[in-house]
Design a binder for this molecule. Structure first.
Ligand SMILES: Cc1cc2nc3c(=O)[nH]c(=O)nc-3n(C[C@H](O)[C@H](O)[C@H](O)COP(=O)(O)OP(=O)(O)OC[C@H]3O[C@@H](n4cnc5c(N)ncnc54)[C@H](O)[C@@H]3O)c2cc1C
Length: 267
């Protein structure tokens, strides 16, 4: 089994930022991505809070500005644990050993029971929906993601957004923009009980950290020596923003570089 200096799990903004920073130290990390580089950000209609782009930019355009790591593996990490000061990383494309691990695995959608959707597929993000032109869409959720999805879809669909609450937690700038869109109707305090007449159902009911592949030991007592880091949305509670994820990735990379220097692996 080969030993890598650094394995990064996830090629969203946090993982890509960590990989880029490590490269500056002459360290080429091995990056695993189970879907597409860019992560959740690929869903974002308009990012207006990323420094340097005050006019706003789509998530896809923003991620296109990030460098793609040279050692990117399209595979899913299924297990990570530590044994004898090394990390065992199991994936659906083989097992390896690593000196350092940066977990940047983001989140998974919270699934909810919905009645009245019959045979209609339920989508938990929009980047993979195809053929929605001219269709009607029900979005279930009352947060920023629900309204960002509404904005994305409004140029080609009729959109109804259903929420238990009153959209008061949505960032005001986004709410103001969505209220101006003729194709979008907000339904505060109402989830249709019996049926959804819309063609497509999108659920944006919150997300939870994607950490099921990390051993219980690592999660409860992460090593403090600098060899293991969790960064970005998977470790940020409710503070899930791209700039924060990028900052976490850079910080993790700096600490990993210092660890590898301290133990004499890199100069
Ligand atoms: C609709 C929407 C709009 C948004 N708008 C904004 C905005 O305007 N401004 C802003 O700052 N933020 C916005 N965000 C939030 C932003 O997208 C996230 O904060 C950011 O993407 C988090 O980056 P990350 O790298 O931590 O996680 P993610 O982007 O979730 O990336 C994690 C990556 O890890 C991969 N992965 C997970 N587990 C494994 C595994 N076991 N093996 C291999 N790969 C794995 C995933 O496939 C994914 O690509 C928005 C999010 C949504 C959904």
């Amino acid at each position: 089994m080969s030993t890598e200096n650094v394995v990064i799990i996830g090629a969203g903004p946090a993982g890509l930022a960590a990989a880029n920073q490590l490269k500056l130290y002459g360290i080429d990390p091995l990056v695993y991505e189970s879907d597409q580089p860019g992560g959740l950000l690929l869903n974002a209609c308009s990012v207006i809070n990323y420094p340097g782009v005050p006019e706003g930019i789509s998530g896809r355009e923003l991620i296109n500005l990030f460098q793609i790591p040279s050692m990117l593996i399209f595979g899913e990490v299924t297990k990570v644990y530590r044994e004898d000061h090394l990390y065992q990383v199991h994936s659906n494309c083989g097992d390896i050993t690593a000196r350092c691990v940066v977990v940047a695995s983001g989140t998974v959608p919270r699934k909810i029971e919905i009645s009245g959707v019959a045979e209609k597929p339920i989508h938990y993000d929009i980047k993979s929906i195809t053929g929605f032109y001219g269709k009607s869409v029900a979005i279930i959720g009352g947060g920023d993601a629900a309204l960002d999805y509404a904005m994305s879809l409004s140029s080609s669909c009729i959109v109804n957004v259903y929420a238990r609450g009153d959209f008061s937690k949505v960032i005001p700038h986004l709410l103001r923009k969505v209220l101006l869109l003729p194709a979008v109707t907000l339904h505060p305090g109402s989830l249709p009980k019996s049926s959804f007449s819309e063609d497509i159902i999108v659920v944006a009911a919150g997300r939870t950290p994607r950490v099921d592949f990390i051993s219980a030991n690592l999660l409860s007592s992460p090593p403090a020596d600098g060899s293991f880091h969790m960064c970005g949305d998977c470790g940020n509670g409710i503070y899930r923003q791209t700039a924060i994820a990028v900052g976490n990735g850079v910080e993790a990379a700096m600490k990993v570089a210092r660890y590898l220097k301290d133990v004499g692996i890199v100069k």
